[in-house]
Design a protein around this ligand. Structure first.
Ligand code: COA
Length: 253
């Protein structure tokens, strides 16, 4: 079981639990997470969703072997199904970033409502280093949030950044000691039990409305390029290097 789920006190929890592969997300796991989000949206007893990982690791992103074996070629791919469900969730989504959040691990945070980061966590969007491009509107949202200069460090250079940087950039709400991050995020999610759900839903929808159109259009453009880049010799070199535990050699391109 790589995704653990439970609903308690009005909060549906998605716990990414594949520590032996640093919580890398496979097609099956994306589908499971999408199902929880869809069910949470439909269940009036659920007031908020909590997404969390394991001590020291939130997620190392998309499973790179899956990328090589089953490169997502359309907007029907499991990662898309998950991200669409996340973007369509009209209940508050709270993330407890328990450790490293890489690739889609950081991208998904841009679509959560509250993000609490462990003081040990590092975030990164190393798409360029993998021969890829940003995904799920991060090429739009990241420059919008932090300006082009800092976005270039994170998207063009793929520089990792701390939880404190994420707060400063507007991606996260707060940095907490590793031992407290999940409980704090859960307490925030549980506060929605005492708030009127209709007003919460409509307010979330209003807050997302302005960027929704641009985000959807961007996701389409990114997806086309991403699918093309996944099959590129640059990406193949990056993926092979990862599994061979060596540095990729991009000098030949
Ligand atoms: N996909 C598939 N397998 C992954 C993975 C991923 N995204 N991330 C880690 N793993 C696997 C490793 O291959 C390794 O498997 P093995 O034990 O069979 O050799 C295992 O998880 C442990 O990873 P390892 O790299 O040895 O751990 P680490 O503590 O040294 O480093 C990370 C942890 C997260 C920094 C490192 O694994 C990493 O950089 N992962 C890739 C992140 C990435 O580029 N994600 C973007 C995908 S778009």
């Amino acid at each position: 079981m790589s995704i653990k789920t439970a609903t308690l006190n009005g909060v549906a929890t998605i716990e990414i639990a594949r520590p032996e592969k640093k919580n890398a997300i496979t097609a099956v796991m994306y589908r499971q997470m999408a199902d929880v989000l869809d069910a949470a949206k439909a269940d009036p007893a659920v007031r908020a969703v909590l997404i969390t990982g394991q001590p020291g690791i939130f997620t190392s992103g998309n499973d790179i072997e899956d990328f090589m074996q089953r490169p997502p070629g359309s907007t029907e791919s499991p990662a898309f199904v998950f991200m669409k469900a996340l973007m369509a969730c009209d209940k508050p989504v709270v993330a407890a970033v328990t450790g490293a959040a890489i690739g889609i691990g950081t991208t998904m945070l841009l679509h959560c409502d509250f993000v609490y980061v462990s003081d040990e966590a590092r975030l990164a969007m190393p798409f360029v280093s993998l021969g890829l491009v940003p995904e799920f509107a991060s090429s739009l949202i990241v420059p919008q949030l932090m300006g082009n200069a800092r976005a270039a460090e994170k998207l063009l250079l793929g520089e990792p950044f701390t939880g404190a940087d994420a707060v400063e950039c507007g991606i996260a709400n707060a940095v907490l000691p590793a031992s407290e991050v999940v409980n704090h995020a859960r307490r925030i999610a549980e506060r929605f039990n005492a708030l009127p759900p209709g007003a919460v839903r409509d307010t979330k929808t209003l807050m997302r409305r302005a960027r929704a159109q641009g985000a959807l259009e961007t996701i389409g453009v990114e997806a086309e390029l991403f699918a093309k880049r996944l099959r590129s010799p640059e990406a193949q070199e990056a993926f092979s290097a990862f599994f061979q535990k060596r540095k990729p050699d991009f000098t030949k391109f």
